[in-house]
Design a protein around this ligand. Structure first.
Ligand SMILES: *Cc1c(COP(=O)(O)O)cnc(C)c1O
Ligand code: SF4
Length: 525
């Protein structure tokens, strides 16, 4: 045997030489003669790996050994050495064939079903773009819109769909649905931009876009004792919400381009549109000026992008002038509800503010279906303009409550310059939304299924809003925590890999070293 083969290579050789020495079909003999020759002639690693992989496979599946294929051990040992010497990281044939390739193969099996189903169960707006364009043409005719109207924010708002009569022209609704929507919209406001309505897929009864934009009778059935809205207990000043020491929110408007059926701020939004006075903004800014602990300010609403460019510019400029405010955020859903709004003037204002201090934009995208060529264009422009573009999704039954839908959402936005940031559990505060709520365990399983399968920066944090944002992740430390049989000196914890449930021992920091007093540059002081 060659010098110091690693344990993988030893096992590999043992395996491929352990099969029977029975006669082999001549074609197989020819194939291996050819594979061996190629591996010997080549200066690459792939032919060597192919030879060893085939040898393992033939042994495992047909019980045929390398010897019975007429391959000499010496030749294979020479090839194994050659492989180690070519590979930059000195990977052995055993390591690659016996371990790495098997690990990858197993890992790929975890995403097989996802890759098969994702475009069927959760099509993105790119994948159904043709039918969106057909919808667009039909809606433009029905609402009497021209291209200019469609492509402008004013046109999108002027032609918004806010009555069941208009909705019924655009979406096929049963007489019963019409009746129910009529009743609900007496109490709850409905407004879809024509653009958002064009994303609704014909023939899908619970289309996720429809669910998010058209209120259903459950809102009346569920209506119960209202829990006071957040503002009642978290608003220390006019337009301000604050419950973190260093972060404050300015609710700069109560308007949105579209009204979501799951809106957490339902108490402030959607009764009637209000234009806030200069005094109101001044008092809010004054609060921030006076509170020097505030470093991060979120301007939200409603939807921050509903505000005229001039107002956005004024607020951002005022914030940039406050020394202790170091970083800003704008909250908007407009990139998916009315992407036409994001014009070059707005981008210019955002760029100028971002130049002074980092500005992030946080948006709300709940399905891959909302990512279309139109919204993706806006994400790309925004991502070039601000320091981060983040998504805060809401976990909603029927909208994004399966592994495939959520993975697809996160991958799709990730590929379109948006980083998944939060996944909110649907609020308990508004009983109207009970029908949209998803059990925490389901949400947790979905989020944890992403670890190890999606890029780290495509995985959102799963959060409940309950007097602040509370993470809902299950601890990945097994309950037994420190292994009792170990001495205190070398505590070992048992970690659980979220993607397989496999338990692995993980030595914790040595408490004696950790509590050992001065260290590093303080040593000896
Ligand atoms: C969500 C929220 C924030 C921001 O929280 P981050 O974790 O920094 O994104 C701040 N204030 C209030 C009241 C909030 O609801
Ligand atoms: S965009 Fe946000 S604030 Fe506006 S209706 Fe939707 S969830 Fe509510």
């Amino acid at each position: 045997m060659m010098n110091n083969p690693d344990k993988f290579t030893e096992t590999l050789f043992k395996n491929i030489f352990s099969g029977s020495t029975a006669k082999v079909p001549p074609e197989l003999g020819h194939e291996f003669k050819h594979l061996l020759q190629r591996a010997q002639d080549s200066t690459l690693t792939a032919p060597i790996i192919e030879l060893f992989s085939r040898l393992s496979k033939v042994k495992d599946e047909m019980g045929i050994s390398a010897s019975s294929l007429g391959i000499a051990r010496d030749d294979l040992e020479a090839l194994a050495l050659k492989h180690v010497s070519i590979d930059e990281h000195g990977v052995t044939v055993g390591g690659r064939v016996g371990s790495a390739l098997t690990i990858v193969e197993k890992a790929v099996r975890r995403v097989d079903a996802y890759l098969d189903e994702k475009d069927i169960e959760a099509p993105s707006g790119f994948e159904i773009w043709d039918s969106i364009l057909e919808n667009k043409k039909r809606i433009m005719t029905l609402l009497g819109m021209d291209d200019h109207g469609w492509n402008s924010y004013e046109g999108q708002i002027r032609h918004c769909i806010d009555s069941v009569e208009d909705l019924a022209k655009i979406v096929e609704l049963s007489p019963r649905a019409v009746e129910e929507i009529t009743q609900v919209t007496r109490q709850y406001r409905m407004r879809l931009t024509p653009y958002y309505a064009s994303l609704i897929q014909k023939g899908r009864v619970n289309d996720p876009i429809l669910l998010q934009s058209v209120p259903t009778h459950e809102m009346i059935l569920n209506k119960g004792r209202e829990i006071p809205p957040v503002a009642a207990d978290h608003s220390p000043a006019r337009l301000i919400d604050q419950f973190y020491p260093r972060t404050a929110i300015i609710k700069a408007t109560n308007m949105c381009a579209m009204y979501c059926t799951h809106c957490l701020r339902i108490a402030h939004i959607g009764k009637r549109d209000q234009i806030y006075s200069r005094d109101a903004y001044e008092e809010a800014l004054d609060y921030i000026r006076k509170n020097r602990s505030i470093r991060d300010v979120l301007v939200t609403g409603g939807d921050a992008f509903v505000l005229p460019n001039k107002v956005i510019e004024k607020i951002l400029t005022a914030l940039d002038e406050i020394d202790h405010v170091r970083i800003k955020r704008l909250g908007t859903r407009i990139p998916v509800t009315a992407p036409q709004r994001v014009d070059s003037e707005l981008l210019h204002i955002l760029a100028a503010s971002n130049e002074k201090k980092p500005l992030r934009v946080s948006t709300q995208i709940n399905t891959a279906q909302e990512v279309t060529p139109a919204s993706a264009h806006v994400f790309k422009e925004l991502s070039k303009t601000v320091s981060a573009l983040l998504n805060q999704a809401v976990l909603l039954r029927g909208v994004n409550d399966t592994k495939i839908k959520m993975w697809k959402l996160c991958e799709t936005i990730h590929e379109n310059y948006v980083r998944p940031y939060y996944l909110f559990n649907c609020s308990y505060r508004n009983p109207q939304f009970s029908h949209f709520r998803v059990p925490i365990e389901t949400g947790r399983d979905i989020v944890e299924s992403m670890y190890g399968n999606l890029s780290g920066d495509a995985i959102p944090r799963y959060i409940a809003t309950a007097g602040g944002k509370v993470p809902l992740h299950r601890s990945n430390i097994a309950e037994d925590f420190h292994d009792k049989s170990e001495t205190l000196k070398d505590p070992v914890v048992t970690l659980i890999k979220p993607w397989t449930g496999e338990r692995v021992a993980y030595p914790d920091a040595d408490p004696e070293i950790y509590n050992g007093g001065n260290f590093a540059f303080r040593n000896g002081h």
